[in-house]
Design a protein around this ligand. Sequence first.
Ligand code: AVJ
Ligand code: FE
Length: 440
Amino acid sequence: LRELSPQDLRAHAAEALTRARARSVALTDAVDDEDLVRQHSKLMSPLVWDLAHIGSQEELWLVRDVGGREALRPDIDDIYDAFQHARADRPELPLLSPAEARRYVREVRDKAFDVLEKVPLEGRRITDSAFAFGMITQHEQQHDETMLATHQLRTGDPVLSAPEPPRAPAGGYPAEVLVPGGPFVMGTTAEPWALDNERPAHEVVVDAFFLDTTPVTCGAYVEFLESGGYAEERWWSPAGWRYRTEHGITAPRFWKRAQDGWWRTRFGVHERVPAAEPVVHVSFHEAEAYAAWAGKRLPTEAEWEKAARFDPASGRSRRYPWGDEDPTAEHANLGQRHLRPAEAGAYPAGASPLGVRQLIGDVWEWTSTDFHGYPGFAAFPYREYSEVFFGPEYKVLRGGSFGTDAAAVRGTFRNWDYPIRRQIFSGFRCARDPLPGEVA
Ligand code: AVJ
Ligand code: FE
């Protein structure tokens, strides 16, 4: 990783903040004020809460903490503290109006840019001044993905549009590849914007395993459905079966069976379920049941990261499947450039050395691993960022989705959620152990 000068760090931070804001503005300008203050689902905040919360975190960390400046709106700290109020309760709070929220985030941003120009800037460690700008950029981009999920939950005519993602090129590639056993370096110490839970780099030994070269498609998932997968307890874990039964789950979220096959709604568009596209909006339990039905299993988090980062030629862990270069539009479906996953097999330029595709972008991928800190974990900047979520209730997801920005995902990035959640852009791919005698 090259060392940036303070001037380059400033330019990079300013560009990343500006790009995040363009997305926040697009997502909140797409709907009217009534829509902004409405709660579209108990699982989500009103969009206007996300907007002002983005400003509030920026005020706390960049303006007050890094800049040492006076508070703009100390009176609203509590309202926009995610740990004080559950999402379901946020519509009842005395929120800033859409106009006030827009003005507030603009005022905070002006001050943050002033701080960026004036503070001495250093760059590589999590405790460096530059990290706070990276953290706040990623925070805004994470809320942009959350707001996109809220858009998916709203009803009414479509308000968002984007070009179609690239098709998968013709040409054969294997359905699965063998990832060699042995040690690799998991996590990172050197990646400047890596969050606390991605640190530190540490060696992990993984046994040889097979991994699917693409995420599981809607077409494959329909076979599971049509063969009665949701009616057969044997494919489901006890917790998964309880969840399926209690919630009356019969298909991925947003899917409906019609006379002529499966349909779904996607950002207000009613469309046929596309067979070639990775399945999205499935819970961990559904992913696990599908894998059992297919005679496979979900990868562990370490297996996923080894497949995404390990270069067998050098023995080194890379930043991304394709190398150390930041993602471009050729590598991965990221950044809300498209409002859907690309067909399985797309983005050949983003494949790993072993030929695993679409590890970054398209859909978040459920792993079988509970969310825990790595050996030597140190909470930064506060325990609520990730440490308070460590434990068996949360499963790790990897790789980012079409809704995730390049600034907010990398080979080491870790997302987490409850195994029942599926309003997020979640899919999966399968792994399996080698058969006896299959691996030398
Ligand atoms: C990493 C996506 C689980 O949305 O709860 C946003 C990101 N943290 N604000 C979340 C986050 C604080 C977080 N996830
Ligand atoms: Fe937040």
